[in-house]
Design a protein. Structure first.
Length: 364
């Protein structure tokens, strides 16, 4: 019976949990004769239990130094004690101190795109070197998009070993509860994201102002703002354009409200300058909502035929795309149908299949 150890020590946010649990649940279904164990932070056993795999709590918290200390000092013995054969990690880097063949999932472009500032540059410098080691030495590299595969090759060197693409799936409830609204009920534009500076919210606001779509149309900004100063910057831009009340700062909302936001939106907007995938774009498309995305990230690849693609930073082009989807019903219907078709590619049953095939090939 092959035994796969899943290193979840680096998983500490919603997106990371979503991707890991989606893939691991498919492993559990497709590999019924395998033993699966998950290495988790202290007090985080529920993450493993949610995937129906055995939790192994490490005596460390969320800090990177604590994780490295633990794995370097103890992991070799732990893997021997439990009889593990392979290790899967979603961290984009090798798990230090692990003697097993490693399958590494690359999904974080941030250290490779030169957007970090201040003290963060030190952390991204170290991450970049760790990513480079994985690119050279991992038994299998798994990239969550062709964009990420190309970015790793361009910044870290071409890989000679085995590699594959395993896209991220969206929550099945978006398909189960899909009920796209009629065009006549759709008025707003939506942007759903963690509102960090690299998401280029200012470009979306400026494009919305330039498009001059009328007072019945709003731009809804849905998601948390980790940097208060960035939110204040966007608020000043909104005020300068006279858009108070039409650009709506909604913060995080409940899942039912998010589904409704996608369902009633005329278009979804994502003009991010750094994006390895773009899960909200597919969530929107699952409700028949076309997307407007910027070049230079994975978003055009993911949005497929259901997305209008504009150059990064090109506010005028983004405004034209907004106007087109708001004013041309035939165009909107064409992109809406394409969005629904495209979203079907991103069920975990499809997305995890290449990863599961690779595991089978590595089975001892």
């Amino acid at each position: 019976m092959p035994h796969l150890l899943i290193d979840a020590l680096s998983v500490n946010n919603f997106s990371g949990r979503h991707v890991l649990t989606g893939h691991v649940r498919q492993m559990r279904i497709a590999l019924p004769d395998w033993r699966l164990s998950m290495l988790v932070q202290q007090g985080q056993s529920q993450l493993a239990l949610d995937c129906d795999v055995a939790p192994l709590e490490a005596p460390v918290g969320v800090g990177a130094l604590g994780r490295v200390w633990f794995t370097q000092r103890h992991l070799r013995q732990w893997t021997r004690d439990i009889g593990a054969d392979l290790l899967f990690t979603p961290a984009g880097m090798l798990t230090a101190g692990c003697p097993l063949p490693q399958i590494v999932l690359a999904q974080n472009p941030w250290p490779l795109v030169d957007l970090a500032r201040g003290r963060e540059r030190v952390r991204t410098y170290l991450q970049r070197h760790a990513f480079a080691a994985a690119q050279r030495r991992a038994r299998v590299m798994v990239y969550n998009s062709r964009y990420m595969q190309a970015l790793y090759a361009a910044k870290l060197g071409e890989r000679s070993g085995a590699s594959l693409i395993a896209y991220q799936g969206i929550d099945e409830r978006y398909f189960d509860q899909a009920s796209p609204c009629a065009l006549s009920e759709r008025r707003d534009l939506v942007l759903v994201s963690v509102m960090a500076a690299h998401k280029a919210v200012e470009d979306a606001v400026a494009a919305f102002a330039l498009a001059n779509l009328g007072h019945q149309t709003r731009l809804r900004l849905i998601g948390p703002w980790p940097d208060v100063s960035y939110r204040r910057q966007i608020e000043r831009i909104v005020a300068a354009h006279g858009l108070a009340g039409r650009v709506v700062f909604e913060g995080e909302i409940a899942s039912a409200g998010l589904l409704a936001a996608y369902r009633y939106a005329r278009a979804f907007v994502l003009l991010s300058r750094c994006e390895s995938f773009g899960i909200p774009a597919i969530e929107a498309q699952s409700q028949g909502t076309p997307t407007i995305v910027a070049m230079g990230t994975a978003a055009p690849e993911v949005a497929g035929a259901g997305g209008l693609v504009v150059p990064s930073g090109a506010v005028g082009a983004a405004a034209q795309a907004m106007t087109a989807l708001m004013s041309d019903d035939a165009l909107w219907h064409r992109y809406s149908h394409a969005a629904l078709d495209n979203a079907g590619r991103f069920r975990f049953t499809h997305c995890s299949a290449p990863l599961i095939d690779a595991l089978r090939e590595l089975a001892p």
